[in-house]
Design a protein around this ligand. Structure first.
Ligand SMILES: Nc1nc2c(ncn2[C@@H]2O[C@H](COP(=O)(O)OP(=O)(O)O)[C@@H](O)[C@H]2O)c(=O)[nH]1
Ligand SMILES: [Mg+2]
Length: 228
């Protein structure tokens, strides 16, 4: 419990045995439920997660978005916090994010990785790609978003009823923010966290996922451009 709110943390994992151990060891005491969604990892991810007290849920179909949607259906907290299992997002920032979330009285808080202070955390190519995707999202949805691709969010579980979440892959990260921005009832804010270099192997394919995510942004906007 954090200030009488039940907190669920959800972590999607695909072969993150190193990262998930560090993430779970740094998980704050006040978190009520930790869900790790495993998608057919071939390493010890599930065993490690279970031994450190997480609820491990298996999603048979691959995909970042797919595993989040599965995880949401098992969440019981009033507030959901998400992060990667690769130890690149700081679990220590959860209390700071929750404090800001409650203080700002928002329903969706995006943790921006920018400015990146750790030089090894993100390559120049990824910085450019992220900038293009965030600029595209900001222009298409008329709202300045610094980090459209961040994987760390804090939101009220109840807002999921207002969202249409369709992406099964990496585009899920931008889709959930778009759905939050589109709804008049959902108050959105963004603050910075410290992002560091990941443990283990990257699952994102920069060209394939980057271009697809750009296309996804435009496609999701198109029917609205035509129909108003
Ligand atoms: N369950 C599940 N997790 C995934 C899948 N793809 C990526 N992940 C996890 O999602 C998180 C984000 O992936 P990552 O490679 O770190 O991408 P990046 O942070 O955008 O560079 C990591 O915790 C991955 O293990 C998937 O298909 N299924
Ligand atoms: Mg990551």
């Amino acid at each position: 419990m954090y200030k009488s709110q039940r907190v669920t943390v959800i972590i999607p994992c695909l072969n993150e045995e190193q990262g998930i151990e560090k993430v779970l060891r740094r998980m704050p005491e006040f978190v009520d439920q930790v869900i790790v969604v495993d998608n057919g990892s071939t390493d010890r991810t599930s065993d490690v997660a279970r031994s450190l007290g997480a609820e491990v849920i298996r999603e048979p179909v691959r995909g970042y978005g797919r595993s989040y949607k599965k995880g949401f259906s098992f969440a019981t907290g009033d507030i959901i916090v998400t992060l990667d299992g690769d130890h690149s997002y700081p679990p220590d920032a959860i209390s700071y994010l929750l404090e800001a979330f409650l203080h700002l009285e928002v329903d969706f808080l995006n943790a921006s990785r920018f400015p990146v202070r750790d030089r090894r955390a993100m390559s120049f190519k990824h910085k450019i790609g992220n900038f293009i995707l965030s600029l595209a999202m900001s222009l298409l949805y008329f709202r300045w978003v610094r980090d459209s691709q961040s994987g760390m969010w804090v939101f009220r579980r109840s807002i999921l009823d207002e969202m249409r979440l369709e992406a099964d892959g990496m585009a899920f990260s931008e889709e959930i923010k778009i759905e939050a921005l589109k709804s008049r009832r959902i108050r959105f804010a963004e603050i910075s966290i410290l992002y560091s270099s990941r443990l283990g192997e990257i699952k994102l394919n920069p060209w394939r996922d980057g271009l697809y995510n750009l296309w996804f942004l435009v496609r999701k906007r198109l029917p609205r451009l035509g129909g108003g």
